[in-house]
Design a protein around this ligand. Sequence first.
Ligand SMILES: C[S@@+](CC[C@H](N)C(=O)[O-])C[C@H]1O[C@@H](n2cnc3c(N)ncnc32)[C@H](O)[C@@H]1O
Length: 259
Amino acid sequence: MDNRTEKALSDLLTSKKYADICPDTVKNAFFEQTKRHGKLKDADKAARAHLHAITGAFISPDELKNAKKALSEWMAGDEDAFVRAMLYHSSTRERVQIAEKLYARAFSACEELKTILDLACGINPIFLGKMGYTNVLGLDIHAGCAQLINECAQFFKWNTRAKAQDLILNPPEEEADITLMMKLLPVLETQKTGAAKALLENIKSRYMLVTFPTQTLGGKKVGMERHYTEWFEEKIPETHKVIDRFVIGNELAYTLERK
Ligand SMILES: C[S@@+](CC[C@H](N)C(=O)[O-])C[C@H]1O[C@@H](n2cnc3c(N)ncnc32)[C@H](O)[C@@H]1O
């Protein structure tokens, strides 16, 4: 690697926006783009755009800071601060009004769920903890989100833990009664063609909960329910069958069980 390339990569790794992301994810995005772009400047720009699309778009450094503040207020006894904190990540923001209904419906189709593996979890394990699901392992490329989850878990004495992990570069090995893949698979597929199917085929849990957005981050309805229905149903692994499918709010959900 020449000095200019080394400096560009180091700047990206330590930038305010991406310092909290798994270094392997950042390096991989950077090197992929240097293969595609002749000019270093263009590769750097494309790597930043890619990282924004797969993680930065869902929670910015300022939103993370605000979420941390709201969670500290919640831990200090301000009950309203919990919802405020959930509003700082786009996925929990979109789900905040419907989360209890969504989980009640999805989990009612399953027998006893003691352990949950939440893949690309964002800050969702905090929501699960608040609802009484306190035995969760969350994995996400965003170490800042993992830290918030671990701080809450420690404070409330939950068994929940989170760690920074790239699900493509380092596929999960953990077992749990149910694996959650909420609003994840399309994001994964943009990183590597075939990644969604490969992940699904690697899941060891008896149950899976897989969800999709039915509108864009900007709030547009553009036929996403139908699109993701067709896209997902041909990727369902032979080991599992759909035991429930429903739409709540702007989220399409599938509950699957091992055959
Ligand atoms: C749309 S958000 C969904 C968050 C959470 N599952 C929820 O529904 O509340 C997508 C999440 O995927 C994470 N992510 C993207 N690519 C990933 C990868 N390769 N490995 C692990 N996490 C990833 C992002 O950081 C982001 O938190």
